[in-house]
Design a protein. Structure first.
Length: 587
């Protein structure tokens, strides 16, 4: 690699930031004025600030260096002429003194030197004298059977929390703390201690130093482990904090293509044109706040998904993929049946979650785990992840990509309904995922394969043409044994943009001034008053509102209808096309 001058490199980085800003600036030109300028200001901030930090940070370090380097260690400990002469005299005196007097008079000379060094004319800063040598150790106990070796460096190792404890098991995290001895936590806290020049003994007992006459065991137990020879008592092994997080299994199907990753199986946005099955074990921190998905924050370059900085994962704070592996159909079904056999709250229930536009594989799995965790779902949670581009600019690609996934999702849904052993199967689709679900359900309704029974169908904020949705949903009347539910919202900005993209026709998940879409056989719920989203786009209210999550949980568990029977606060609104329900506005 050739070495570029810092000025040239900074100029190149600054130019790259300007190019990215221009590209982002022009990409939003089709939006309304208010949304366009708001998004442009936001893009300018998230693009220019990281590049400015990259360019300025070397200059700040160079400016800080002279201030930090103004005084060096050699300046603090530079001897004066008087001190140099005294030191030379001490060395000559030490060479001429008899051997017997050298060790005895060393401490006296050190103390005298310290007294003289208090004069600031002799030296600027004086270091304290070395501590006197420790007294010879008492007779040690010989334990040849416990001796395993010596350690030149003293430290204490402790077993950390078991990452991924539970069904997804992870492994032990090992930490190191410097002390006077070295111990390793074993299981319930028993330690192995290594003294600086001795052997290794089990149970944190003193290590042998010599081979004296043995003493009785009762005498040995009187002294605390590690307290002999002035050594500090070793740290006890830290208890494994298995209660810091819970592990949620998510059974997945996908037609995404894999991407290279040395650490784990990983899926990207390309189409594999085949169905792949597997299981993910997701740890959910006990500090989780309903209904968020806590993940490490990161600074990312828009459109390129390049991460400038990402916070380290912590299972006590974040959702983490503890395990991800592919399975054959037989292996997957065996695990599902085993979990269903243990289900109690949602006895023999399974749900299938289909994500929407701008969703990565990992986030789809995290969303399914979050829904299962928040509604306390002890049945079998499934997720189908079609190859979304996972970016804001991938809308057109996502629309076509969801359509090509139909045969693979159909195969997956039939497997869950026919072979999993679940007696109740509910399907939850969000946003653009509703297009995929509607087409597959329409095909299943026509062919009516034996053994495919769906209990609940939940359309959450469907990004589907309003007229097309009404046509297909009318054909599905009676297909779901429990019923069909539509969640819509008037403040869903993503659906508003989609409406303009499709020529001004309202989307099925939108609530225009005339009211939400009402279809015979479908319970429509206006969730405008409770819709929430962490980005302020109001597009994920189905999972980011406690009220909606509670309703979805009750709907899957009990199937009670009409909606006001499940949620008494819902208000029934009667129109000439029929009735719908809505959450009352906050007081």
């Amino acid at each position: 690699m050739f070495d570029l001058h810092p000025t040239i490199l900074n100029a190149f980085i600054a130019l790259l930031g300007v190019v990215l800003l221009v590209f982002a600036w022009r990409s939003v030109s089709g939006l309304p004025a208010l949304a366009r300028w708001s998004l442009r200001l936001f893009l300018a901030a998230i693009i220019l600030v990281p590049f400015a930090l990259i360019v300025l940070s070397p200059n700040l370090q160079q400016a800080r260096a002279p201030m930090e380097g103004g005084r060096t260690a050699s300046d603090d400990y530079r001897p004066r002429p008087k001190m140099a002469a005294r030191k030379k005299a001490d060395q000559e005196e030490k060479q001429n003194a008899p051997e017997g007097e050298t060790a005895a008079s060393e401490e006296t000379r050190s103390r005298g030197s310290l007294d003289k060094l208090e004069n600031k004319d002799d030296v600027v800063v004086a270091s304290p004298p070395p501590p006197p040598p420790p007294p010879p150790p008492p007779a040690a106990v010989e334990r040849p059977s416990e001796q395993t070796g010596a350690s030149s460096k003293s430290a204490t190792e402790y077993a950390g929390p078991k990452a991924g404890s539970g069904p997804g098991g992870g492994g032990n995290t090992v930490g190191r703390v410097d002390t006077g001895s070295q111990s390793r936590g074993l299981g319930g806290g028993a330690g192995i201690t290594r003294s600086g020049g001795g052997g290794e003994s089990s149970g944190a007992e003193p290590a042998p130093e010599t081979a004296p006459a043995p003493i009785e065991r009762s005498t040995r137990e009187e002294s605390p482990p590690g307290a002999r020879d002035g050594a500090p008592v070793p740290m006890a092994a830290a208890p494994a904090k298995e209660d810091d997080w819970s592990v949620v299994p998510v059974y997945y199907g996908t037609d995404r293509a894999r991407v290279p990753n040395d650490k784990r199986i990983d899926y990207g946005s390309d189409r594999a044109r085949r169905l792949e099955l597997g299981r993910a074990m997701v740890s959910v921190p006990k500090a989780h706040e309903v209904p968020q998905i806590e993940r490490p924050w990161a600074i990312t370059v828009p459109y390129f998904n390049y991460k400038i900085y990402e916070q380290k994962e912590d299972p006590k704070k974040h959702f983490i993929m503890q395990e991800l592996k592919t399975l054959s159909e037989a292996e997957l079904l065996a695990l599902v049946k085993e979990r269903l056999a243990k289900s109690a709250r949602y006895k023999d229930h399974a749900f299938v979650f289909v994500h929407g536009y701008n969703t990565s594989f990992d986030f789809a799995v995290y969303r399914a785990a979050q829904i299962a965790y928040d509604i306390k779902f002890d049945g079998a949670p499934f997720v189908y992840s079609w190859p979304s581009g996972g970016g804001i600019a991938s809308y057109t690609y996502d629309r076509e990509s969801s359509a090509q996934s139909e045969p693979f999702f159909k195969e997956f849904l039939k497997m869950v309904a026919q072979k999993s052993g679940a007696k109740h199967v509910s399907v939850i689709a969000h946003s653009m995922g509703n297009q995929l679900l509607l087409r597959v359900l329409q095909d299943l309704q026509r062919t009516k394969p034996e053994g495919v029974e769906i209990s609940q169908i939940i359309f959450a904020a469907p990004d589907v043409d309003r007229d097309s949705f009404e046509t297909i949903a009318s054909e599905l009347k009676g297909f779901a044994t429990g019923g069909i539910t539509l969640y819509a919202a008037a403040n869903d900005r993503a659906l508003s943009v989609s409406k303009r993209f499709y020529g001004g026709i309202p989307r099925a998940g939108d609530v225009p001034a005339a009211g939400p879409l009402i279809v015979p056989g479908v319970d429509t719920i206006d969730a405008t008053a409770v819709s929430m989203d962490s980005l302020g786009l109001h597009h994920s209210g189905y999972a980011e509102s406690n009220a909606l999550l509670q309703d979805i949980g009750l709907l899957i568990q009990t199937g009670e209808r009409p909606p006001a029977k499940r949620v008494p606060i819902l208000q029934e609104v009667t129109t000439d096309k029929g009735a719908y329900w809505r959450y009352p506005p906050p007081q």
